[in-house]
Design a protein around this ligand. Structure first.
Ligand code: TXA
Ligand code: MG
Length: 308
């Protein structure tokens, strides 16, 4: 506990100096910097090799601090009450007098924000006098990190500090919903769409690839760097095989996301297993059919992008 506190203070020390620090969240690790600072946010883009036009998500600890930067509305309040802090990101209208760095928004009039629930990051945010811009802590298009070890694999010694918060509970990025105009889901993720529908009492559409809105959402992403074949019954010789239900016959090249078709568990294991396979010299990956319901929707989305 004492150790955690000193690590949180160390994170603050670097962040206050406009350096980047990797932070744990319930979804994936983020590469964080002061969202009000041009210097800190430009470092995030350089470290990640991220396209300048791809805007960042900003992390807050309270509604009060959020209101310095964004306008909120009824849809927001309903979802906020039910799900925050948690794995849901809102796209809201940016206030004219907000101090958010232009790097974060790519000069747009909207801002993606969320309230992470990881206790260490919540504590860190409380100590800071600014919110944290934090994309996933991986090199652009690569697999998102779900542990300190993964972050090290992505960046080596290039980042000043990693706040170790253990393995991420959800293991998949937040669900992104735009609340500017009619609610629209922009990215499937750690919050199931059916739960959002239930709260908003409507069937919120998932706007797949919207060329203006989310450049980072298109094509190659979450990639282990080798071909992936989906909906496969039987793998080819020498292929890694990803499964969600236990088979009678098994093999060293079988990787289980779940042994009982538990989709939440499968989502949690997805990046861990993709990373494991990536580090094992397979030439390709086959994936068994995954039902496109609940967390299955987000898993299939990530696998499709990884296979492009
Ligand atoms: O779970 C998460 O959301 C993690 C953790 C660290 O919070 N963060 C994360 O950030 O996944 P990132 O940068 O890897 O993905 C953010 C996505 C990008 O696809 C970006 O294009 C989109 O959010 N985005 C950011 N601002 C936006 C905006 N104003 N309008 C639409 N999309 C936006
Ligand atoms: Mg990412």
């Amino acid at each position: 506990m004492k150790n955690n506190l000193s690590n949180i203070k160390k994170s603050k020390y670097y962040l206050d100096k406009n350096e980047c620090v990797a932070i744990p969240t319930e979804t994936v690790y983020g590469l964080a910097g002061n969202a009000y600072s041009n210097k800190a946010t430009s470092k995030i883009f350089i470290l990640k090799k991220r396209h300048k036009k791809n805007p960042l998500i900003v992390h807050y600890d309270s509604l009060k601090t959020l209101k310095n930067d964004c306008y909120v509305n009824n849809h927001f309040y309903k979802l906020y009450k039910k799900f925050c802090p948690g794995p849901i990101t809102f796209v809201l209208k940016l206030k004219k007098d907000s101090k958010i760095s232009k790097n974060v928004t790519n000069n747009k009039k909207t801002l993606a924000i969320r309230f992470p629930s990881h206790p260490l990051t919540k504590k860190l945010l409380k100590l800071l006098s600014y919110p944290l811009a934090a994309p996933s802590a991986n090199i652009s298009t690569k697999i998102s990190p779900i542990s300190k070890k993964d972050v090290i694999e992505e960046f080596g010694k290039k980042i000043k500090f990693i706040l170790n918060g253990g393995r991420c509970k959800i293991g998949l990025e937040s669900t992104i919903i735009s609340l500017v105009g009619r609610p629209k889901i922009l990215r499937l993720g750690g919050m199931e769409r059916s739960r959002i529908n239930y709260i908003l009492k409507r069937n919120v559409q998932y706007n797949k690839i919207d060329k203006i809105i989310v450049p980072g959402q298109s094509k190659l992403h979450y990639s282990p760097g080798i071909p992936i074949r989906l909906n496969i019954l039987k793998p080819k010789f020498g292929e890694a095989f990803i499964l969600i239900k236990k088979r009678k016959k098994t093999s060293k090249s079988y990787y289980y996301l779940s042994k009982t078709k538990n989709l939440k568990q499968a989502a949690k294991n997805l990046y861990k297993i993709l990373r494991k396979i990536k580090n094992k010299n397979y030439k390709s990956i086959a994936v068994e059919k995954i039902p496109n319901i609940g967390f299955g929707e987000a898993i299939n989305d990530r696998l499709k992008r990884a296979s492009t």
